[in-house]
Write a protein that binds this ligand. Structure first.
Ligand code: PEP
Length: 248
């Protein structure tokens, strides 16, 4: 049975050189080790830095309880795929999670549900916990298609034989990412309940989209919200920590 302990995952995207990344991760690790700890936070904390910083961030958080994740992976274990990284390589670098199907990958790199499905299978093969991102555009929401779009993304990207209680889903309305706009509590609750019908009862469902220390408490208190995927706020240790503390 999967554990629905809340998870706060920081997606650093393409941000951070070595000095910034180590300072940010080091500060979070310092707080975790100093008894403000991850245990005391009542949630898991996950950092997903750029691939160039995995080793340095892994060293900075070692022994703190903070987990390390990748932002994407290739579906093949190895081969002639210039610029790509396999799930096995992420695991070998100390990752235990990988974000897959982020809207910036779907939109900027043309990723399809079928490709994301193969990547989820790859993550499972390498022993990583995949975080599958789904979410509708503003146009789709305005057309009343949000639930249908998200349901189709789930149906198209979860492998048939995947142990679905190992899967984490992140509901991220595309229009809320990096915009300062967040979905209403009602919309989040409704969508998370709809997602729950597609996954195992104990699978974690995160919300992402302009989560900040001010709105995090109310979002994280919703029954079917098992954590947050945070972008911008994850680059500031105080904001990241404050959001994690909202888990209870
Ligand atoms: C994200 O990129 O997954 C995200 C939620 O970003 P932000 O928190 O900046 O909206």
């Amino acid at each position: 049975m999967a554990d629905r302990t809340k998870l706060v995952a920081g997606n650093w995207k393409m941000n951070g050189l070595r000095a910034d990344g180590v300072a940010l991760a080091g500060e979070l690790a310092r707080r975790a080790r100093a008894g403000e700890g991850v245990g005391g936070l009542c949630c898991g904390l996950l950092l997903c830095p750029p691939a160039t910083l995995l080793a340095a961030v892994g060293d900075a958080v070692a022994g703190s309880g903070i987990a390390l994740g990748g932002q994407d992976c290739h579906s093949a274990p190895k081969g002639a795929f210039t610029g790509d990284i396999s799930a096995e390589m992420l695991a070998d670098s100390g990752c235990t999670y990988v974000i897959l199907g982020h809207s910036e990958r779907r939109q900027g790199h043309g990723e399809t549900d079928a490709e994301i499905r193969a990547k989820i299978a790859a993550a499972g093969r390498a022993g990583l916990n995949p975080i599958l991102c789904v979410g509708e555009t503003q146009q789709q929401r305005q057309a009343g298609e949000a639930t249908a779009v998200v349901s189709a993304q789930l149906a198209g990207s979860i492998p048939d034989n995947f142990a679905r209680d190992g899967l984490i889903v992140a509901y991220e309305p595309v229009w809320a990412i990096g915009t300062g706009l967040s979905a209403t509590l009602d919309d989040i609750a409704q969508m998370h309940a709809a997602i729950r019908a597609h996954v195992a009862p104990d699978a974690r469902i995160l919300y992402g989209g302009s989560v900040n220390p001010t709105n995090a408490g109310a979002i994280l208190a919703l029954a079917d919200v098992d954590g947050a995927l945070i972008g911008g706020a994850s680059l500031d240790p105080d904001s990241c920590w404050a959001i994690a503390r909202c888990c209870g």
